[in-house]
Design a binder for this molecule. Structure first.
Ligand code: AMP
Ligand code: MG
Length: 270
């Protein structure tokens, strides 16, 4: 039995990224065909749970996806949510802030797009960029970083207190795997558009990024908003693990379909 807890950063516990292995494939021990079958089953189950979430109209679900370039954020959205009804799922992607966004506090653009009741929202990057990319480039000082950790914890607590279930996944790839994937992007004409020369500048800062991610895990994994470290060198293992975490979390909510209006038994449609 796969223990999901192994991948969760226990609140209050100091962790080191090297406690996890990006190449870990425990979530997908089977053959490629086994993995595909299992992922299809999990996707169908996720669709059922999303239908229930939508119908019950009580909880809000926020899935935060963070990771280096090519770590598979887009791939998770495409494959894990393959069978889920688009009615109840929304993706919010966070790129370089616009002038309008930079003129305001960094949580402004984030708070606007959080999930409403019955909705699942996937953050493709997130407010965590504001303690990652901006920290790694020294665009903010250490005092501001610490201030932001507190602000982020308070912000997520506010969301959680208002019925938001928050799951945060760090897609952890190795530097060697990123090299392969960046090369694959260059070589494939249908993927080349995703390649930006700037990505190579970020790659040079790999160690600084890993240290910043480790701090994020240590400072912002809370019982109400836990971080999971997802070994992501294997795409199938990554997808299966995130699917299972989502399903496990949603099943714990013990959701129920709303009671129908009374006296429906005798209703005849003419
Ligand atoms: P992609 O996800 O590949 O489309 O790239 C989005 C880019 O936007 C990445 O290079 C991020 O680091 C960058 N980005 C996202 N949020 C911020 C932010 N708050 N400040 C600066 N850059 C950001
Ligand atoms: Mg990119």
């Amino acid at each position: 039995m796969l223990k999901l807890k192994t991948y969760c950063v226990k609140p209050g516990k100091k962790v080191k990224l090297k406690d996890w292995n990006p190449a870990d494939k425990s979530a997908s021990p089977g053959t490629g065909a086994d993995d595909a079958r299992e992922l299809a089953e999990l996707a169908a189950r996720l669709d059922e749970l999303q239908d229930l979430l939508y119908a019950e109209h009580k909880h809000k679900v926020l899935l935060v996806l963070q990771g280096m370039d090519t770590s598979g954020k887009d791939g998770v959205i495409r494959h894990v949510f393959d069978k889920v009804d688009p009615l109840g799922v929304r993706v919010a992607s966070f790129g370089v802030p616009t002038k309008e966004e930079l003129d305001r506090d960094y949580l402004w653009r984030v708070h606007k797009v959080v999930p409403g009741k019955g909705e699942i929202v996937i953050f493709n990057r997130s407010h965590y960029e504001d303690v990652l990319v901006v920290r790694v480039h020294d665009w903010i000082d250490e005092k501001e970083v610490q201030r932001r950790f507190k602000q982020i914890n308070a912000f997520e607590k506010l969301l959680a207190d208002n019925g938001t279930i928050i799951i945060k996944c760090f897609l952890y790839i190795s530097k060697a795997e990123q090299k392969r994937r960046l090369q694959a992007r260059l070589d494939d004409p249908t993927k080349r558009w995703k390649f930006r020369l700037g990505d190579l500048e970020e790659r040079k800062l790999w160690d600084r990024y890993m240290s910043a991610y480790q701090d994020v895990l240590n400072q912002t994994s809370m019982s109400y908003a836990p971080w999971y470290v997802i070994p992501a060198d294997s795409k199938s293992s990554r997808n299966l693990l995130i699917s299972r975490i989502l399903i496990d979390t949603l099943e714990r909510l013990k959701m129920k379909y709303p009671e129908p209006e009374e006296n429906l038994d005798g209703v005849v449609i003419k």
